[in-house]
Design a protein around this ligand. Structure first.
Ligand SMILES: Nc1ccn([C@@H]2O[C@H](COP(=O)(O)OP(=O)(O)OP(=O)(O)O)[C@@H](O)[C@H]2O)c(=O)n1
Ligand SMILES: C[C@](O)(CO)[C@H](O)COP(=O)(O)O
Length: 239
């Protein structure tokens, strides 16, 4: 194993969103499924892999819903305040990592809103990503035909879907390189929607690691219902 792989790695978990697309008063990361908030499911999924040492959970400023955990599933947690965008929150989380997470250490970034990460997918990401010069992301190939909508609600055209993938999380990059890429995008006024986009802007080519289609991001109530189904199925048929 490389020195990187011997040292545990930390995760940054952006959990400072408002859940506007979901609606309701409670930010979706605190909605419970199977007796635990989505945020807990996401943390449990990360900590299911022995290589993950701890996590920084990025919270909305003054978030009163955070249960105050300083550890979860036996691993340490830190918290920090997020920002107006997910990218701002990730940047804040990177800055809040423990001092012994070195500049060239790999760090995972995983959405609190993705509760159904599989440990095998995480293992594949770590195995392949930590041997890549840049890093890697979990992703799923596009399987539907894609249409470009016109302003009138009609279809402008069908987009070619060859080599199109949906980015998932976790995404795995080195701490300083990712921080610098996010800062660069921010200073250029570019809206970044995932960590890979910031790295790509730097001319880097992260590795795509195929992950399960059911590593869903809970964005709407329909997604929450789907996760409830997935969890019940897992409980009925443990792997
Ligand atoms: N300023 C923000 C915005 C989002 N997130 C987090 O980034 C993840 C993915 O974002 P998304 O699904 O868009 O969550 P929200 O921003 O809450 O949703 P919406 O866009 O519907 O408001 C979530 O875990 C969310 O909590 C964050 O930490 N800080
Ligand atoms: C990071 C991400 O989950 C990859 O698909 C996605 O970009 C987050 O987008 P959101 O609009 O912030 O939910």
């Amino acid at each position: 194993m490389t020195p990187d792989q011997v040292r545990g790695l930390w995760a940054v978990v952006p959990a400072a969103g408002r859940g506007a697309r979901f609606g309701g008063d409670v930010p979706k990361q605190y909605l419970e499924v199977g007796g635990e908030p989505l945020l807990a499911h996401a943390l449990r999924a990360l900590f299911a892999h022995a290589a993950v040492s701890g996590a920084v959970v990025v919270l909305a400023e003054g978030d009163g819903r955070w249960p105050g955990w300083n550890e979860f599933a036996g691993k340490p947690l830190r918290t920090c305040a997020g920002g107006d965008s997910r990218a701002d929150s990730v940047l804040a989380g990177l800055a809040a990592l423990p001092d012994d997470v070195r500049a060239d250490d790999f760090v995972l970034v995983h959405d609190a809103a993705r509760p159904n990460l599989g440990v095998d997918d995480l293992g594949q990401l770590l195995e392949r990503g930590r041997n890549d010069p840049v890093g890697a992301i979990l992703a799923a190939p596009v399987r539907d035909t894609l249409k470009r909508a016109g302003d009138d609600g009609g279809i402008d055209r069908t987009e070619p879907r060859e080599r199109l993938w949906r980015a998932l999380t976790p995404q795995l990059f080195r701490r300083l390189q990712l921080s610098r890429a996010l800062e660069n995008a921010r200073d250029a006024g570019i809206a970044i929607t995932d960590e890979s986009m910031a790295m790509e802007r730097q001319g880097l080519r992260p590795l795509l690691v195929e992950g399960a289609e059911d590593n869903i991001k809970v964005t709407t109530p329909a997604d929450l219902a789907y996760f409830e189904f997935l969890l019940q199925r897992k409980e009925r048929h443990p792997a």
